[in-house]
Design a protein around this ligand. Structure first.
Ligand code: SAM
Length: 309
């Protein structure tokens, strides 16, 4: 690397992790940029890690490492359930969450509800590698609407519900989908042995938000399990929380996870496997200490959690 390379001029994307901590990436080109009814949206090609979807200034996913995020979001919950047939996804506009769900041979019906059809249109056009045809799968039903409204009005029941929503930003479209009232409505839409999973923000930059989401799910579900993975393009370990009525993900052995993957998932995974299942549910002591902190209260509609906390 020459001195010209390290001090390159150009266009830079600056993303805040907290009001006092930013990360910066060089942009090769901007493929799309616009404002929808709900959020700012951009698809850019970064110099080093390729194309990415950015909403309200936050990186949602990049072609470089989206498999780490999407496999970690979808498969632990799906594999923990003994026979997931009917699945609901709230959010997930890129279509990569639906892609991973549809790889499960047990799945007969997937409903995906995203508030913003622009995200889906733009992702299909500029990031087709994310959905890989998932939107054309006859098992997928796409609904454009608010996930919370859908849940409150729906009479259907599901085996697994996956929440792939934007972070709870003040003034954003998703912060009311991280509250006790919302998770209670979700629980009522699950079959008796149902499972939910949500992305739960950064376990480094927003540890208390992550812990609040865990505490909120634990207030509603008999089993609440938090886990995290390192996502390079987020420059952070990323948290997820499972809420379950019957089945507990941490009781699965690596051998059982591998055997379920072999018999139930089409194609090869790139990140998730039995050994990794154990790794991701093993949180370090300092994070466990915050998860156990009694001063952290569940988020409610009147007192929601926002990023960063
Ligand atoms: N990987 C992501 C992250 O790190 O935040 C989440 C990805 S996905 C693109 C987030 C999706 O949530 C977007 O497509 C957005 O339109 C959708 N969304 C936000 N609020 C929503 C709501 N209230 N109901 C349904 N979808 C919502």
């Amino acid at each position: 690397m020459s001195i010209e390379d390290v001090s390159k001029e150009g266009t830079w994307f600056i993303e805040y992790n907290t009001p006092f901590s930013y990360h910066v990436r060089g942009i090769k080109r901007v493929l799309y940029s616009g404002v929808t009814k709900y959020q700012r949206i951009a698809v850019v090609e970064f110099e080093d890690i390729g194309r990415a979807l950015i909403l309200d200034g936050k990186t949602q996913s990049t072609l470089y490492d989206e498999f780490i995020y999407h496999e970690s979001l979808v498969h632990p919950a799906m594999i923990t359930h003994p026979n997931p047939r009917k699945v609901l996804i709230l959010g997930g506009g890129e279509g990569a969450t639906a892609r991973e769900v549809l790889r499960h041979k047990t799945v007969s019906e997937v409903t995906m509800v995203d508030i913003d059809d622009e995200v889906i249109k733009v992702s299909k056009e500029y990031l087709p590698e994310m959905s890989q045809g998932a939107f054309d799968d006859p098992r997928l039903k796409l609904v454009i609407g608010d996930g919370r409204k859908f849940i409150e009005e729906s009479r259907d029941k599901y085996d697994v519900i996956i929440l792939d929503l934007t972070d709870p930003l003040e003034g954003g479209p998703s912060y009311l989908l991280y509250t006790v009232e919302f998770y209670t409505a979700i629980k009522n839409r699950l079959n008796d042995d149902g499972i939910i999973v949500t992305q739960a923000t950064s376990t480094f930059y927003a540890l208390r938000t992550f812990a609040t989401i865990h505490r909120t799910i634990a207030a509603v579900f008999p089993i609440a399990r938090a886990y995290h993975v390192y996502v390079p393009s987020f420059d952070s370990t990323w948290g997820f929380v499972i809420g379950s009525l019957t089945h507990d993900p941490i009781t699965l052995t690596p051998e059982e996870v591998d055997s379920r993957i072999r018999s139930r998932i089409n194609g090869e995974l790139r990140f998730y496997e039995g050994a990794m299942h154990r790794v991701i549910f093993t949180l370090p002591r300092h994070i466990r200490a915050v998860l156990e902190d009694k001063t952290i209260k569940p988020a409610t509609d009147n007192n929601p959690t926002f990023l960063p906390a």
